[in-house]
Design a protein. Structure first.
Ligand code: ZN
Ligand code: ZN
Length: 122
């Protein structure tokens, strides 16, 4: 149940859906903001679907912006022994579970592995 009227901009029929007379909605055809007129008629037709013009949010990949802040005054802490990591040991050879061009990063205090990475930069 909605109100039916013609868009004052594109003259196409619009069903207001749940909105009432005097309220403003975007025309699903041309996108213009139209005030639902007093002469809008009651209609059993289903509300008009919003226009597909313009970018659709559902189709865009929403990438959260990751903020990078340089903190030269802070020292990362080992997640295992909680020692401050002023340095991290790396090893590239002689460890059976890493392949040739990988580096293993480990804590110099507890020697637990912090992560893996490619040893070649770039
Ligand atoms: Zn329109
Ligand atoms: Zn540690």
């Amino acid at each position: 149940m909605g109100l039916k009227f013609k868009c004052s901009t594109c003259r196409k029929p619009v069903i207001s859906g749940y909105l009432k007379r005097g309220e403003i909605m975007a025309c699903p055809h041309c996108g213009a903001l139209v005030t639902i007129p007093d002469f809008a008629t009651e209609s059993d037709e289903s509300p008009s679907i919003r226009s597909q013009r313009g970018p659709s949010l559902s189709q865009e990949q929403i990438k959260p912006e990751l903020k990078l802040t340089e903190r030269e005054d802070l020292v990362p802490v080992c997640p295992y022994c909680e020692a401050s990591l002023n340095e991290i040991y790396t090893r590239t050879k002689g460890i059976p579970f890493i392949s040739a061009d990988n580096t293993v990063y480990f804590c110099p205090h507890c020697l637990k592995v912090l992560g893996f990475g490619k040893s070649r930069m770039g």
